[in-house]
Ligand binder design. Structure first.
Ligand code: ZN
Length: 153
């Protein structure tokens, strides 16, 4: 491994740590139009995602819960990525993020620049579930499903 690769990995690690220690939009929404609960029993990650829809747009998004650093960092990044997006655009971003986690390949999408810091989880199947939990839960919330989402279904 060369120095540049090491440096990049260090930056990515730092970015994930920043998001996990100081998650963005870690709060409840007062009157969410959509919400869903996501659970990853293998790790114990449990996240609740709140959405405020305004016509076809996500005007606000927030989350609460407990989980490992990867699940919390990924949820924090998810809220930043989908805020202000239309439902269709958010669904696309969610699919693209899941693709990053499962393949480790970059998405070529500005809205997912931060999320690429989590591309390394692709090498660890159990960690893919941690990273993808917030996104699959957001997708469930978007589609109006209120049941709990589990990574083990
Ligand atoms: Zn986890």
């Amino acid at each position: 491994m060369n120095a540049a690769t090491n440096e990049l990995q260090e930056i990515y690690r730092q970015r994930v740590l920043d998001h996990s220690k100081h998650p963005h939009n870690f709060r409840q929404l007062p009157t969410p139009t959509h919400e869903a609960l996501g659970f990853n029993p293998l790790c114990g990650d449990k996240l609740k995602i709140y959405l405020q829809m305004n016509d076809d747009h996500i005007s606000d998004v927030a989350f609460e819960g407990t989980g490992c650093a990867i699940s919390v960092a990924s949820a924090s990044m998810m809220t930043e990525a989908i805020r202000g997006q239309s439902v269709a655009a958010a669904s696309k971003l969610i699919g693209a993020a899941q693709h990053i986690f499962s393949t480790g390949m970059p998405a070529d999408n500005k809205a997912l620049d931060e999320v690429e810091a989590l591309a390394g989880v692709s090498q660890y199947p159990s960690r893919i579930k941690c990273a993808s939990l917030a996104w699959s839960t957001a997708e469930a919330a978007l589609s109006g499903k209120t049941n709990q989402v589990s990574t083990e279904e």
